[in-house]
Design a protein around this ligand. Structure first.
Ligand code: ELE
Length: 239
């Protein structure tokens, strides 16, 4: 699987912080049921690697990756757990080399033109733009499109239900990353229907906008639910 094909699987890559590995398969099934078939489990908790392994074993249709990869030894650990891709918040030669040795697709993080130039020279075409909103958001991505027309970005950090459709309007943004589909407290409470609804809403609103060929208003995006399932008010489903 290439990073390009992974980024084409879903308009949103859920960035997950999970405290209890045994909850990971149910979480992955809820996202799949909502139409999201890729998940990034951040290596920020003690349960993360076990969660990656549980998803890889029990939910094979979910493309599970490891995020927050900041050191080369995490690459091998993620590989051994069954991760199918890696995401790093930054750009580090040692991590890049370890990912290449492990033959795992890597989405490295960049935020400046200098980092983009390094990544491009190293052969990367798909990059995480992190932290997206603090680093200039949509205006920065539009500016990067001029000197770097071949690069594609997954903006992450500050992207949420209220702005992700705007990011996806950009020609150099095939997908975004964000934590809003998988709130920590919702995972801990096991409210899988809510996570399925968040995923379904994100995917459906994007599909509807693509079909319309123009940006939707917030209300129109929400109406993408009409006729499928009554999610209650936007505030309620996105609570
Ligand atoms: O740990 C990493 O490697 C990260 O990428 C951090 C993530 O970007 C955020 O956890 C997601 O950001 P929010 O959607 O703004 O919550």
């Amino acid at each position: 699987m290439t990073m390009q094909s992974l980024m084409a699987r879903s308009p949103v890559i859920p960035v997950v912080r999970i405290e209890t590995a045994s909850r990971a398969p149910a979480l992955a099934r809820a996202l799949l049921a909502g139409g999201v078939s890729v998940i990034e489990v951040t290596l920020r908790t003690a349960a993360a690697l076990e969660a990656v392994a549980a998803i890889a074993r029990d939910v094979p249709d979910m493309a599970v990756g490891a995020g927050t990869v900041t050191a080369p030894d995490q690459v091998q650990q993620a590989h051994d757990a069954g991760a199918r891709f890696l995401v790093s918040p930054g750009y580090a030669d040692a991590v890049n080399a370890a990912a290449e040795r492990a033959a795992l697709p890597l989405l490295p993080g960049v935020a400046t033109a200098t980092e983009l130039m390094r990544a491009q020279a190293d052969g990367f075409k798909q990059l995480k733009f992190f932290p997206a909103v603090p680093s200039g958001g949509i205006a920065a991505l539009e500016a990067f499109a001029g000197p770097f027309p071949a690069l594609r970005f997954c903006p992450t950090g500050g992207v949420h239900s209220g702005n992700y459709l705007d990011f996806l309007q950009l020609a150099n943004v095939p997908c975004v990353g964000g934590s809003w589909l998988t709130p920590v407290e919702t995972i801990e409470s096991g409210d899988w229907a809510h996570i399925e609804a968040l995923a379904a809403h994100a995917v459906t609103a994007r599909r509807r906008e693509t079909a319309a060929g123009r940006p939707l208003t917030a209300d129109e995006g929400w109406q993408s639910w009409a006729g499928e399932e009554d999610p209650g008010s936007a505030d309620e489903a996105l609570r």
